[in-house]
Design a protein around this ligand. Structure first.
Ligand SMILES: *Cc1c(COP(=O)(O)O)cnc(C)c1O
Length: 235
């Protein structure tokens, strides 16, 4: 196994333990000040670019949900670490031709953003949980469906075998006030919840803005560096 941390000395577990505890405490505090039950909030630790060993350490600290954004890396990690019994969340853009492979290991796909991908993810054999990703910018490279195309995409997911829609996923745009961006997602989520009962979850909030996301109803936080430390710079 090619494990870059082995060469670099690897992350120190005590630091990791402190950061996990710190984020858990802040999640609980943000939930309390929003009058929410922290038990309804899932914290996904985004481990992209980090070595396998970091995920083992996280599992040892009680982390159950991990996120990756590149298919090859996610596939390799989920296979090698299958015995940990983690829930693997796929948070990156999914290529149509890789869709079936992603759904084979992913417990949840957060980035359903176009009808051709919905079709590629269809299955009569099993069901995978998913979020529709909404793009809050005008830049199509950012990923996600434009809000005006959201209803049609939600309808398509609803009409497709093998996909269970949990709700909406979004990334707060750079330079925008995160709380306002998340309030917009909450509104769009209410619209989706009317068309698709049960699809009332919101995947939003990252290291820099998860308290604001919790204040606006996030149920799934995707937190990387605040827990893992800086990502190794890989090619
Ligand atoms: C990397 C990533 C995250 C985590 O980002 P941090 O700023 O490190 O918390 C969350 N969501 C997506 C889609 C990502 O690609």
């Amino acid at each position: 196994m090619n494990d870059p941390a082995a060469a670099s000395g690897g992350p120190a577990v005590p630091d990791l333990r402190e950061r996990v505890a710190l984020v858990r405490g802040r999640v609980d505090a943000a939930a309390a000040s929003a009058g929410r039950d922290p038990g309804e909030i899932t914290t996904i630790v985004v481990t992209k670019f980090h070595p396998f060993s970091l995920i083992e350490e996280l599992a040892g600290l009680g982390v159950r949900d991990v996120g990756e954004n590149r298919h090859q890396e996610a596939q390799a990690k989920s296979a090698a670490l299958a015995s940990l019994g983690l829930n693997w969340h796929f948070v990156g853009q999914v290529q149509g031709k890789k869709a079936r492979q992603v759904r084979a290991y992913a417990a949840v796909i957060h980035s359903v953003d176009r009808s051709s991908l919905v079709d590629a993810l269809a299955s009569d054999e099993s069901t995978v949980d998913c979020f529709v990703q909404v793009n809050l910018t005008d830049d199509p490279a950012r990923g996600g469906v434009q809000p005006q195309e959201l209803d049609a995409l939600v309808e398509r997911v609803q009409a497709t075998n093998g996909l269970r829609l949990l709700g909406l996923m979004a990334v707060a745009p750079l330079g925008a006030e995160p709380r306002r961006a998340f309030a917009r997602v909450r509104e769009l989520g209410e619209q989706v919840g009317r068309a698709a009962p049960g699809a009332n979850h919101l995947s939003m909030g990252m290291s820099q803005d998860y308290p604001e996301a919790i204040a606006e109803g996030a149920t799934h936080l995707r937190i990387g560096t605040a827990i893992t430390g800086n990502r190794p710079v890989l090619g």
